[in-house]
Write a protein that binds this ligand. Structure first.
Ligand SMILES: [Zn+2]
Length: 71
């Protein structure tokens, strides 16, 4: 499995092949951690998805109550 490194400054995920032996960000030159676990990134995506679904549920609930009042 290919590894990758996350640059917090640029919000960019670099594959190992592009980092080279120095393991520095190509954009800002920051030294990136040797092994940023991939679950960190996936957790962020999953968390955002759950949050958005939760917000969507709240919005629909509000809409249903609003429609009920103004029917
Ligand atoms: Zn960077």
């Amino acid at each position: 499995m290919a590894r990758s490194a996350w640059c917090e400054t640029c919000s960019h995920l670099w594959p190992d092949e592009e980092l080279g032996p120095e393991r520095t960000c190509r954009t800002c030159g920051a030294s990136l951690a040797p092994r940023r676990p991939a679950w960190h990134f996936r957790l962020l995506v999953a968390g955002s998805a759950v949050y958005l679904l939760w917000r969507l549920g709240q919005g629909l609930d509000w809409l249903a109550r609003y429609a009920g009042r103004h029917a």
